[in-house]
Design a protein. Sequence first.
Lengths: 217, 86
Amino acid sequence: MAEIRRESPVDFGVRSLETEVRSDWPVALAYDAEGDGPWVVDLSHKTRWDLQDGQVGELTPAGQSVPATPGMSVLADGILINRMNRTQTSIYHLGSDAPDLPDHPGFTDVTEATIFLALFGPHALHIAEKLSNLDLGDPNKEAPFLLQGPFCHVPCQIVTLEKDAEDGTNGAGGFVLTCSRGYAQSMVHAILDAGAEFGLRPAGEQRFAQWLAALSS
Amino acid sequence: MALTLTCPVCGKRNGYEFRYGGEDKGPRPAEEGMTPSAWCDYVHMNKCTAGVQKEWWFHRDGCGAWFTTYRDTVANLEVDAPEVTE
């Protein structure tokens, strides 16, 4: 039987300190000298589904309700559900394991078609301001919320998970973004370049898990 | 001034995020009694209005929604729907 090995197209140009293989994906758990933030984390191994249905608002993927209004997101039990438009929803499994893809014909597993990055910590939203016209800290919206549009001129789905840090520090929130897999190298290059002045460093999945746990508590 | 369009889902966005979908020609004509000539006119003939016209747009780089809006083709600016005059 052939051995399967999945590869994230994201390359930060530095070796990870600790790695494990999970569902055939090599997952970087930690990097050397991650610093005090901001951080960028490759989450491309996290399972992501696309769901299309004329009655998408009435479905309950992974036991969760789909938000009623396009642009709204809901985060519960490590699952992030984003209402994209009238008929479409994206589902990100941010926790450790994802269930099997449901039998409903509207589900598509897009994990290997896209990249998935998290950018969070001090000045995370200030870095985003250099790369996109989208307002990731929109005062009229409550996190989490979905934005769909260009980031580094690439069509992306961006979900702001936190607008400001717990201490009220403006711009110290964070977001996750997905885009087509082919843009990985250029996207990472642009983000690291824009974040250099703020001390942006690659971080492992453990750092993201800590942030997610803090958001969920 | 570059074109901006108001997506019903995402709000006001740069026109480069959208794909033009053509003039809004109203509902598809009934199949009954349809002639090839009438169908050809519906599909291919446009008014090419110099002024305000109703158009289809697709939010290609955003939410993927199709919607109609009004644009002044002379100024290349999105405008409010014109008042109906009897």
